[in-house]
Design a protein around this ligand. Structure first.
Ligand SMILES: CC(C)(COP(=O)(O)OP(=O)(O)OC[C@H]1O[C@@H](n2cnc3c(N)ncnc32)[C@H](O)[C@@H]1OP(=O)(O)O)[C@@H](O)C(=O)NCCC(=O)NCCS
Length: 244
C-alpha cells in the first residue's frame, strides 16, 4: 500500500477517535504517537532486511523524539493510535492488530522469564487505558478493553473489559461479570482468602448448635444500658448531697 495513503488513513482514524483533534494538519503536526508508528514502519522494514543495528538505532531516535519505545521487530497493524504517546513500550515479539487504541504509559512487555514469543498479542479493535501493563505471551481478544492502570497477566476473551491488578473481567459481551468465587481473583492473597473462608465456614458449622438468636443479644444490650443509666443517675443524686 502507498505509504502516503496509509499516513492519510492514520490521520483520519485519529480524527475519528480523538474528539480533541480538529484538522488533518493539526494531527500531522501534533501527534507524536503517530510519528512513532511512522518511524516504526521504517525501522521494521530495516529489521526485515536484516539491518538490525540501523533498525535499533532508528527506533531509539524515534523514542528520543516521541517518548514511545517500539522494538523494530514488533508487528503493528493498521491505524494504531497511541494517544499522548509518552512512556509507551512495545516489546520485540508483540503483535498489534488493526484499529487498536492505547494511551500513554502502556507496556506490552515480557515477564522476564520467557524466550521466543514472550510479548502480548492484541487482536483488532483492542483499547488499552493509560499505564496498563500487559505482560507475557498473552492474547487480548478482539474489541476488548483494558482499564487504566491494570496489570494483565493472562488471556482476555474477545469483547471483554478487564480492570485491576491483577486484571479480572468486569464485562463480557456487554454483560456485567461479578466475581463470586475467590479462585477467580488470581491474586497472591486469594489462597489466604480461600483458606480464611473455609475456616469461617468450619467455625460456623461447629457453633451451629450454640447459636443464639440476634434478638437475645439486643435484649441483653438494652438491659445493660438501662442498668448503667440508673447507676449514673444514682451517682449524681448522691454527689449532690440529696441522697440518704
Ligand atoms: C476500563 C474502562 C474502559 C471501563 O469503562 P466502562 O466499560 O464504562 O466500565 P465502568 O466504568 O462501568 O466500570 C466497571 C467497573 O470497573 C471498575 N473500573 C473501571 N475502570 C477501572 C480501572 N481502570 N481500574 C480499576 N477498576 C476500574 C469500576 O469502578 C466499576 O466497578 P464497580 O461496578 O464495582 O463500581 C475505563 O474505566 C478505563 O479505564 N478507561 C481508560 C481511560 C484512559 O486511559 N484515559 C486516559 C486519558 S488521558
Amino acid at each position: 500500500m502507498n505509504p502516503f495513503v496509509r499516513i492519510r488513513e492514520d490521520i483520519d482514524s485519529v480524527l475519528e477517535r480523538d474528539p480533541a483533534a480538529r484538522s488533518r494538519l493539526e494531527v500531522f503536526l501534533c501527534y507524536p504517537g503517530l510519528w512513532a508508528v511512522w518511524i516504526h514502519r521504517v525501522s521494521h522494514a530495516l529489521w526485515g532486511w536484516r539491518l538490525r543495528l540501523p533498525a535499533r538505532m532508528l527506533s531509539q531516535i524515534g523514542r528520543f523524539f516521541t517518548g514511545v519505545d517500539i522494538h523494530p521487530g514488533a508487528l503493528l497493524g493498521r491505524r494504531l493510535f497511541i494517544d499522548h504517546a509518552t512512556g509507551v513500550v512495545i516489546g520485540e515479539t508483540s503483535i498489534v492488530g488493526s484499529d487498536v487504541t492505547m494511551y500513554q504509559g502502556v507496556t506490552l512487555g515480557g515477564t522476564g522469564k520467557g524466550h521466543g514469543k514472550r510479548h502480548p498479542t492484541l487482536c483488532d479493535g483492542v483499547f488499552v487505558g493509560n499505564n496498563a501493563n500487559l505482560l507475557g505471551n498473552i492474547t487480548i481478544g478482539e474489541n476488548s478493553r483494558v482499564g487504566a492502570g491494570s496489570v494483565v497477566l493472562s488471556d482476555v476473551p474477545p469483547n471483554s473489559t478487564v480492570v485491576g491488578v491483577p486484571a479480572h473481567i468486569v464485562y463480557r459481551n456487554g454483560e456485567r461479570v461479578l466475581i463470586t468465587d475467590p479462585h477467580e481473583i488470581k491474586d497472591p492473597l486469594s489462597d489466604s482468602l480461600i483458606a480464611l473462608a473455609g475456616r469461617v465456614e468450619e467455625l460456623e458449622e461447629r457453633l451451629g448448635g450454640q447459636r443464639r438468636p440476634a434478638q437475645q443479644f439486643t435484649a441483653e444490650e438494652a438491659e445493660r444500658t438501662a442498668y448503667h443509666e440508673e447507676l449514673e443517675r444514682l451517682r449524681q443524686y448522691v454527689s449532690m448531697g440529696e441522697g440518704i
